[in-house]
Design a protein around this ligand. Structure first.
Ligand code: ZN
Length: 382
């Protein structure tokens, strides 16, 4: 019965879809699977996800999958920015389908995502953020496009494929003091990275710019004619996955949020690091944010470092596991040497045991009284 209702409603318009989903047993199940994160002690308040707004710039190989994951996770609102159209040549990537070819990426994405989860609010902008006019509008929507109009978005995600757009997002976020995450996949499709940028606190995109940006080279001149960048749905899927994982950890406050996480598919290597901002950064707003961050840190009440004393004994663990030394006191004594007289407060890390001379068996050689010539002659006869 429910199955028939599901199919009937699937073919109705979007408005009816909202109602029809309430009949679906699946919706309940999806929610309870996410709520299980709370029961299992991973996230303290999963429902909070509905209160957040995320802006995604670039709805291509990484951005579209990122948007789908956040939609399925139940994010409150998504703002999508892109000026490209869906192309058949990009069907090796995830998300878009051949019948959507020719449609704008943001429109096609909105349609698909609304069908997946009609509870999410969508706001889409089909333009290039790097033009002066659009940049102003982009800044305005970042500052006012939150779930409640007039409030800023919680996070901006850069899923673009060029440095010019990254620098534009960087400029906007430095000016607004807006936290954002950058992502990228290499031209040869076998490596990628994500980076969390909190203006003033961690390095911005201009603090340590790539050579193309630092040398002011027009990146369009770098693209060889007839040669297109490689792309793999696997690498893009992995990068989108680690990006959204970091977004969830950042928004819902669980686990360790990565400031930089790389992915090298050739060696299955995931390097991590964090970078402090550059005090000589070219972006004046970055330098301004750095000063403000320093002031904020200085104003914080100083926390005293309390050193824990004594051994940590895990007596109260449920399995009764205890930590015991693998060597006995006696064995330790035997393998140690005498402890020298030391001033108070200084202890030895280890001591060198004394040489146990008597333990070496003495070998005595009896003199047979024979000369070397005699011995040599004997050996020859053997
Ligand atoms: Zn900077």
């Amino acid at each position: 019965m429910l199955f028939t209702i599901y199919y009937l409603h699937r073919h109705w318009e979007y408005k009816d879809m909202v109602i029809s989903l309430q009949w679906l047993p699946d919706k309940c199940e999806i929610q309870s699977r996410l709520m299980a994160l709370k029961r299992m002690g991973i996230v303290s308040d999963y429902e909070k996800i509905r209160t957040f707004t995320v802006a995604i710039v670039g709805v291509g190989g990484v951005g579209s999958v990122t948007a789908e994951m956040l939609t399925r996770c139940g994010i409150g609102k998504l703002l999508l920015f892109d000026y490209d159209k869906v192309e058949l040549a990009n069907m090796n990537r995830l998300f878009f389908q051949p019948h959507q070819a020719g449609l704008s990426k943001v429109q096609a994405a909105e349609h698909t995502l609304r069908n997946i989860n009609p509870d999410v609010l969508f706001e889409v902008h089909n333009y290039n953020i790097t033009t002066v006019e659009n940049f102003e509008h982009f800044m305005n929507r970042i500052s006012n496009g939150g779930l409640e109009e007039g409030k800023p978005v919680d996070l901006v995600l850069s899923c673009v494929d060029n440095f010019e757009a990254r620098m534009t997002i960087n400029t906007a976020c430095n000016e607004l003091g807006q936290t954002w995450m950058e992502s990228g996949v290499s031209e040869n499709a076998v490596s990628g990275h994500i980076q969390l940028i909190i203006p003033g606190e961690s390095a911005c995109f201009a603090c340590a710019p790539p050579l193309v940006v630092a040398a002011n080279i027009d990146e369009k001149t770098l693209k060889r004619e007839g040669v297109c960048a490689a792309s793999l749905p696997t690498t893009m899927g992995v990068v989108a996955g680690i990006l959204v994982q970091n977004v969830l950890k950042f928004l819902l406050n669980f686990g360790t949020v990565s400031f930089y996480l790389g992915y090298n598919a050739m060696q299955d290597f995931f390097p991590t690091m964090s970078m402090k901002p550059n005090p000589q950064c070219d972006d004046r707003n970055c330098r301004k944010q750095q000063k403000e961050y320093k002031k904020k840190v200085a104003a914080l009440p100083k926390q005293e470092v309390i050193q824990e004393e004594g051994d940590i004994i895990h007596e109260d663990n449920e399995w009764g596991i205890e930590l015991v030394s693998e060597i006995s006191e006696e064995e330790l004594k035997k393998s140690s040497g005498p402890i020298p007289d030391l001033p108070e407060g200084i202890i030895v890390a280890y001591t060198v045991p004394q040489k146990q001379e008597d333990s070496v068996p003495e070998v005595t050689v009896e003199d047979s009284g024979e000369s070397l010539e005699d011995l040599m002659a004997k050996m020859k006869n053997i």
